[in-house]
Design a protein around this ligand. Structure first.
Ligand SMILES: [Zn+2]
Length: 390
């Protein structure tokens, strides 16, 4: 038998779940009337009226002009006041922190980028994040309209616990970033790994929308990746699934020490930091050197292309995906040359049964701070079903 206390707790939870269901429906299907809401949710008219009144009071909804009907009271369509709801997205990269303040129609209000020469210790990134968020807060008129902060992070992230497990570039190990930022700002904070976030956005309404099985590979300052199998993002036991950068791709004299502790990882050559380490090139400089047919550049590019192509080919053979999405600075700058070379190599190496796979790429690496705004929006409209089983 339930105690009174647990009864109150579960009725409170049910109330909040119902409210979220109604709010989500108004957001995705609005303009929608109270009658339609009752029909679609199976809740009583009275419950819908109570929920809608609360949401109107919170200034989250607006009532549109009544529509004509056959006699009786005219139904009033409801919509979410997307232009009055805001979120902050922050991209925490190894060389910069970018923040964007957006409304829920995804219209940017203000964007700030702060360059970072180097992070000296684990508190240093927090200072940069706070600098960016503080400045963005200055552009929010009504603080209660700001619904949260979403963070895209170059590193391993446990998004459920809100902890950055490991990010060598940001000098974080088991760092409780969510807790730190929530304490500083009194707002909900959500974290996600940059490649996972990019994959989520592209799988929801981008180039991977109709792709049940796919890989996202981000060849950037480092290399990140995400695996979607049967429409689900794969996390693995320790959130390491999809860490394509540490695929063992080199041996012999090319087996360089990697920051992960192993040797011969793909990222030691095939990322922007890998290029710097080996030929001293930035991706732009490598592109120029390739155009001038400089032998050292041609050799390095050949090594990178062969290693990445073979690695992707092997992963395709194991996972049999519908699509592989490539993005990141290396693709932005070198894609014109790299994509056709990879395509050729992959098609040569994968078994015939896997050759239907499609290699797609983004013309430009998306702005991850605006993707991070999406994290806040998703949570704001989310129905907390995972809490339903307590
Ligand atoms: Zn490694």
């Amino acid at each position: 038998m339930q105690t009174n206390k647990s009864k109150t707790a579960s009725s409170k939870l049910l109330k909040s779940i119902n409210q979220q269901r109604v709010l989500r429906l108004i957001f995705t299907e609005g303009p929608i009337t109270r009658v339609e809401l009752a029909e679609k949710t199976g809740l009583t008219q009275q419950t819908i009226t109570n929920i809608v009144n609360r949401l109107l009071q919170d200034d989250v909804l607006q009532e549109l002009n009544p529509v004509a009907s056959n006699g009786g009271r005219k139904p009033v369509p409801l919509m979410v006041k997307s232009e009055n709801l805001y979120a902050i997205g922050v991209e925490i990269a190894v060389r910069y922190v970018r923040g964007t303040l957006m409304d829920f129609r995804r219209r940017p209000v203000k964007e700030i980028v702060v360059d970072v020469p180097v992070y000296n210790n684990d508190e240093h990134p927090v200072l940069y994040i706070r600098q960016v968020v503080d400045e963005l807060l200055g552009h929010v008129t009504h603080r209660n309209q700001l619904k949260g902060i979403g963070c895209s992070i170059q590193g391993l992230v446990d998004s459920k616990r809100g902890v950055v497990i490991y990010s060598p570039g940001l000098r974080w190990r088991q760092f409780p970033l969510q807790e730190r930022l929530e304490a500083a700002y009194g707002l909900p904070v959500y974290l996600e790994n940059d490649a996972n976030l990019l994959a989520l956005v592209e799988n929801l309404n981008g180039r991977l929308a109709d792709s049940p099985n796919n890989l996202t590979i981000k060849l950037d300052y480092g290399i990140g990746g995400a695996i979607v199998a049967n429409g689900q993002l794969l996390a693995g036991m320790r959130h390491v699934a999809g860490e394509f950068g540490h695929y063992k791709a080199f041996d012999g004299e090319d087996a360089r020490q990697c920051h992960c502790g192993a040797k011969g990882c793909l990222t030691t050559f095939a990322s922007a930091s890998g290029l710097k380490r080996n030929g001293g090139y930035t991706p732009e400089e490598l592109k120029q050197a390739l155009e001038a047919d400089e032998p050292e550049a041609v050799r390095l590019f050949g090594k990178v292309e062969a290693a990445v192509g073979r690695a992707i080919g092997n992963v395709i053979t194991i996972l049999n995906p519908n699509h592989v999405l490539l993005t990141g600075k290396m693709i932005d700058v070198l894609g014109e040359r790299l994509i056709p070379a990879l395509n050729r190599r992959i098609m040569e190496t994968v078994p015939e049964s896997c050759r239907e796979v499609e290699l797609v790429y983004l013309p430009r690496t998306p702005d991850e701070s605006s993707s991070a705004v999406g994290l806040v929006m998703n949570h704001f409209f989310d129905v907390p079903l995972d809490k339903f089983s307590i």
